[in-house]
Every structure is written in C-alpha cells, then in structure tokens.
Design a protein around this ligand. Structure first.
Ligand code: ADP
Ligand code: MG
Length: 697
C-alpha cells in the first residue's frame, strides 16, 4: 500500500464525517489502512443454512432462512422491545430488537422470505435471536464462501452499523483502491516463507472462498504484524548496544562486601546468587544494561535490588528505586534503610506527599552527591529531580513503563544509567519476547526455603458461615486476614455498595477485632492510614479492593478471602494470593463465588487450587482468555496494537518473526539494500502511525 492508506475514511463513499468520527472513537478506525486492517473476528459458512429445529446450545453465529409471522411491541418506555415470530417451516423462534424499533418495524414485512443471521440463545424453552442481521435471500447467491463477522461495539450497533455495513465499506474500498495495495515484505521473505502477497491476503481475509486460502491469508497477516514488531524491537536494541556506552562497574567494593559478610539477614537462594551474577556481569560490560528481573511474588527480588545497588555505590554512582504506589515505595524505603543503616549508606524517600523542606534537603543531597539511594514513586524521575551522578535505576512492578519511558531515563545522566526492571508478573516466553523484546531477562525461579505453599480452596456463597468460622480461628491465633473485593469498575455504584456492605458485615461478624478498609477511590492519605493500621497489626482484618495487589508485605497475614473470585483473571488472583504465605505459617486463600457459575469459570478457578506456580497460572490464563489483561497493561511496552496475531496462540509465529528479523538485520542492519526497501518503508509507516496514535489517545 502507499499514499492512499493514510486517507481519512470519511472520504469513502457511504461513510462521511459523522460516521467517520464514530468509527474512530469506537473502533480506532481513522484511515483507509485501518479499515482494510479491521479483520473479521470469525466467519460463517454462507452455504450452510440451519433449521430452527436443529439449533443447539453450542452454536455460535448461524444463518436461518424463513418468514416473519408477526411483529409485536412489548413493554413500555425504556423497556419496550420488538418481538417477531420467525418460522422456517421446521419450527418457530423469536427475534428480538431493543433499539431502533420503529425503523425495523417499517423495514421488514411479514410473509416475505429473509435470511437472518445471529447467535441463537435458548430462553424459557424458546429459541431467540437478539438484533440479528437481516438480508434478502438474494444476498446469498451474490457471494458464496465464508462470511466475515466483524468486531463491533454496542454503540455502533445502536446506530445501525452492523457487520454487513462494515463489510460493504471494505468492499467499496477494495474495488476502488484495492489495486493500489503495495507489498510490504521483501520478495525474498515472501519466497522463503511461501507467504501470500499482501494484496491477495487482504482480499482473501475479507472475502474468503475456502478455508485453505483463508488460513494462508491469516498466516501471512499474522506474520507481518509480528515481524514488524520484532524488527522494530531488534533494530532498536542493536542500535542501543552498538552506540550507547554505559558505566563500567568494574569492582565490588566495601559497601557490598561489608554488607554481604556482616549484615545479610539470610543466606541467598541459589537463584538469587545466579541473577546477581548475571546483573553484575552486565553492569561490568561497558554497555548500558536494560534487564528484566522476573521472580514470583515472595521470591526475594528486593534483596537482589539492594545488593546490586551496593555494587553501583561501590563504583561511585547514585541509585534510585521507583515503585508504583506510595505504600510500596514506603515499604521499600523502610526495609532498605533498615538493612543498610549499619554500613553508612544514605537513603531517602521521595513521594508526592514529601514535604517541601524534606524535598529541598533531598535535592541538595542529590546534587552534592551525599545521597546514595533515592526511593520513591514516579516523583523520582520527574524532570526537576537532578542527580549528581545517577548510575543505576530500579523499576519495581511497572508494566506501563515501556521502551519510551525507559529511554527518557537515559537522559538523567551524561552516561545513561543501568536499568533493572523488576516484575512478579510471570510473563510467558512469547509474550516476553514481544513486550520486553528489547530487554535481557533474568529469572528467580526458586522461593526462599521454608515457605509453605498457600492452600487455595473454592467456596460457594452458602458456605460463608464455615469460611467465617475458619477466619475466626486464625484471628484467635493472632493472625491477620485480607478480604478482597473486585476493583471498583464499570458499575461503580454497585461495586462500592457490595464493598461497603461486605465491610459492615465483617465488622458485625467479628466485633472484637479492628477492621481496616481501603479502596481505590479513597484519598491517598486515608488509604495510607488504613493500610498502615493493617501493616502495623493494629487492625487484624483488611477489607480492600485490589489496591493491595502489588507488593504489600504483612507476613503475619495468613488468610485471604477473595469475594466474587470469578470476576478476577487468574494472573490477578495469583498476584493477590501472593500477599499471604509470606511468613513461616501455613496460609490459606479462599475463592468465594456465587452458587451458579459457568463450567469454564469453575475450571479456570480450579487451576488456582491446583498450583501455586506463577508460570503455570500465567500460561493457563493466556490460553484461556488470550493475552487480554496482561497485554493491555503492557501495551505501552509494545507500542503497536495487534489486529490479528494472538500472542497466546501464535507463539510459533512470534519465534519465526523473531528469527527472521534477526537474520535480516544481521545482513543489512540499516535495511538499506534495495531488496529491503519495502521493509524500511513499512517500518517507518508503522512506527509513525503508532506515535501519532499515542498522541491522539
Ligand atoms: P518479592 O520478590 O515479592 O519482592 P521480597 O523481596 O519482598 O519478595 O521477599 C519476600 C520475603 O522473603 C521478604 O520477607 C524477604 O525478607 C524474604 N526473603 C528474601 N530472600 C530470602 C532468602 N534467601 N531467605 C529467606 N528469606 C528471604
Ligand atoms: Mg517486591
């Protein structure tokens, strides 16, 4: 494709400015390119017409051919709906519309034959279809093969824009400008990998004739997406390695040695020792380090951060550690300043609520070099925070901290500081390759000795009494308990209500204990105060939303009850569960659900009861739900959005894309050869587009 791809879709026949705006807002479709890359999420075989009599519960979208027998408007006002009886001679079903009732009533006639298309559901022993697409039978003969079903939103449907509408626009675009689609991959790639040319692939993905060519088109488009992602990342990291000089931390000196021999509170695990060696080697290489440290919750990343920081200090630079929340930053500050107190290291805490006077002191010490380690929230990387000689930056649990943000850190010093990103989110390999493709990875794959795995059980609402009884037992033994509610989200009012009711019911059930209460909508001060009550042991129970997800360390807390567990993703449940099992005592995690949950939901939750291995949980999560959440929180790490490739299921293509981008860059690092011209141009187009998009959203 070339110049026409950037044209605004409002110029396409049938769209116009107001629909263009809607499409941009709802689906992010702004240009011809975007529209052509709005791929069907699935397909139905147009040659198959189902019978109402043969419908069953497992069916996705189907088409039926028959006549409307009657139309009735039921209910009133906002609850009114149009219900039609539809018969195909084998049986009768209901077709229901909640919106655009008047138009629809006028559009369709009883007695005429129509093809209806939608998802059948069984309700009160009657099949029904809500807001189906309705066509005249002639539409069928016009085009055979598969029919794409395009992703849509409620709002678009409300405005009468359906899958067919989108299909129609794409057809218009293909027939008027399709010939201008230019190849984006090099000839040799197409040949070596037997890829379908782009123009054909785009044509086929919107109008597949058979499954074989559809699969080839999908493969080609997936490969392309993942390939440019990898190409961009590999090129970027090669450039960095080639050009950017880093500090060479050549020695291990007295800060490290003194602490290691005299003040280390426990022997390191083998895994901790190994990753420290990896980091040390990296920091001594003369190249700037960009490393990801992965380790499950409780695997002991903090002490690794500290020991490697001491190596930095031994080489006469300053270090900073950034945490996502004030609570976590404070906890890091307390842990670390206590540990290093005997070896004369100066540590300070900087957050949004640091007083002006303290802040001035910090600024002064940062610049005269007497401050060794600065710990804090985002505040530490603000422009105005100036270090004398920043050599090492640690970023804890910040998935949103992508390539761009990291690059900004380099400017904090003449020589860019080494960067260590720490995360407890276990990222499956292919995802890591994509999201953190520019980072080297170290993994702590071993927990400190003596940990008892958290016992996880599922309980239904009607077993609540028993759950409370076990909580009571733990409390009497002097232990503390978390009770977690889903994050306050879409239905804010309802969520808050259930949280508050939960809080009251807990207070009533355990009148002799103090209950702390936090949620994300609280003022930070109040939140910190409540968290403080629990952390200090003054409160024995903490009722909370997922604000406690990351990092909070209260080893005396041995039980966590998660309410409406079905509303959480597995990875999130795993993070939450990591808050207990931090001491020597046996800990428990209770997943509460309502009685009636879908089979898949139960299977999903059962994984939690079967394993405490974060990687197993993450793989399962990725398989069952797709990278959704994980990817969402890491989008900024990727910078591009994926239209067709699926990081969960396309691992092999990720690998292929990775290997080929390496191979091409090996022989042509600047993509300067005429052969690679399409690659260079496409990469520039995609990157510019991602940047523009970033600016808009
Ligand atoms: P995370 O990786 O989740 O950040 P932390 O660094 O907070 O884990 O460590 C969790 C707990 O384990 C802390 O209380 C810490 O003191 C303890 N710990 C870390 N490493 C070891 C070790 N090698 N032996 C015993 N306890 C350890
Ligand atoms: Mg931690």
């Amino acid at each position: 494709m070339n110049s026409f791809r950037s044209l605004n879709i409002m110029y396409l026949k049938g769209i116009g400015p107001s629909r263009a705006e809607l499409l941009q807002k709802e689906l992010g479709i702004a240009t011809y390119y975007d529209l052509l890359h709005h791929f069907p999420s699935h397909y139905v075989d147009r040659s198959v017409i189902y019978k109402v009599r043969d419908l069953n519960g497992e069916m996705p979208y189907v088409q039926l051919k028959g006549r409307f027998v009657s139309f009735n408007i039921l209910g009133e006002g906002a609850r009114s709906r149009l219900v039609a009886l539809f018969s195909d001679g084998t049986a009768t079903m209901e077709v229901v519309w909640f919106r655009r009732i008047k138009q629809i009533r006028e559009l369709y006639k009883t007695g005429n034959e129509y093809i209806i298309f939608g998802k059948p559901t069984l309700f009160n022993h009657t099949w029904s279809m809500v807001h189906p697409e309705v066509d005249l039978p002639s539409a069928l003969t016009a085009a055979q093969g598969f029919r794409g079903v395009y992703p849509l939103t409620e709002k678009l449907r409300n405005k009468g824009i359906g899958s067919r509408t989108i299909f129609g626009w794409i057809q218009t675009l293909l027939s008027t400008r399709g010939a201008e689609i230019k190849e984006t991959l090099s000839a040799s790639l197409l040949e070596e990998l037997h890829l379908m040319p782009l123009r054909e692939a785009i044509q086929v993905i919107h109008n597949p004739k058979d499954n074989n060519s559809l699969q080839r088109a999908r493969f080609r488009l997936k490969f392309e997406e993942l390939f440019f992602l990898q190409l961009n990342m590999r090129r970027y990291s090669r450039k960095r390695n080639g050009v950017v000089q880093g500090f060479r931390f050549s020695r291990v000196g007295s800060y490290f040695n003194n602490f290691y021999s005299n003040y280390l509170p426990f022997p390191l695990t083998g895994a901790q020792k190994r990753v420290i060696k990896e980091i040390r080697k990296d920091m001594g290489s003369g190249r700037q380090m960009n490393r990801l440290l992965q380790g499950d919750v409780g695997s002991g990343k903090t002490v690794v951060a500290l020991l490697t920081t001491l190596i930095a200090l031994d080489n006469n630079v300053q270090a900073c550690l950034m945490a996502p929340t004030e609570i976590l930053a404070t906890q890091h500050f307390e842990t670390i300043s206590k540990l290093v107190a005997p070896i004369g290291v100066n540590v300070k805490l900087l957050t949004g609520s640091t007083r002006k006077k303290e802040r001035e002191e910090i600024d002064r010490q940062l610049q005269d070099g007497t401050l060794h380690i600065l710990i804090g929230t985002h505040a530490v990387i603000e422009e105005k925070v100036k270090f004398r000689n920043l050599g090492f930056v640690i970023i804890d649990e910040q998935h949103r901290f992508g390539v761009v943000q990291r690059a900004r850190l380099w400017q904090k010093n003449v020589i860019p500081p080494h960067i260590l990103v720490m995360t407890a989110t276990p990222i499956p390999r292919t995802l890591a390759m994509t999201v953190y493709g520019d980072l080297d990875v170290s993994v702590i794959d071993e927990l400190p000795p003596g940990r008892k795995p958290v016992q996880t059980i599922m309980r239904y609402e009607n077993q609540r009494f028993n759950v409370y009884r076990s909580i009571g037992r733990q409390l009497r033994e002097g232990r503390q308990v978390y009770i977690v509610y889903p994050l306050i989200t879409e239905n804010e009012k309802l969520d808050l209500k259930s949280l508050e009711e939960g809080y009251e019911s807990v207070c009533e059930t355990f009148p002799s204990y103090k209950v702390a209460f936090v949620h994300g909508k609280m003022k930070p001060k109040e939140k910190d105060y409540q968290m403080g009550l629990f952390a200090s042991g003054e409160a024995q129970i903490l009722v909370a939303t997922t604000v406690i997800e990351v990092g909070v360390n209260v080893p005396n807390a041995t039980t966590m009850v998660i309410e409406n567990a079905e509303r959480f993703g597995l990875s999130q449940l795993h993070q939450l569960r990591g808050r207990v099992g931090r001491g020597a005592d046996q800990s428990y995690c209770v997943l509460m659900t309502k009685q009636k949950i879908a089979r898949e939901t139960r299977q999903r939750l059962e994984i939690m009861t079967e394993t405490t291995d974060g990687f197993v949980v993450a793989e399962a999560d990725l398989k069952m739900r797709g990278p959704g959440d994980l990817e969402g929180t890491m989008q900024s790490g990727i910078a591009f959005d994926l239209h067709i490739a699926n990081l969960a299921t396309d691992g092999q293509i990720v690998q292929l894309a990775h290997d080929w981008s390496e191979k091409i860059l090996d022989s042509d690092p600047e993509l300067a050869s005429p052969e690679n011209m399409p690659l260079r141009n496409t990469l520039r187009f995609i990157v510019d587009r991602a940047i523009d998009f970033g600016r808009i959203s």
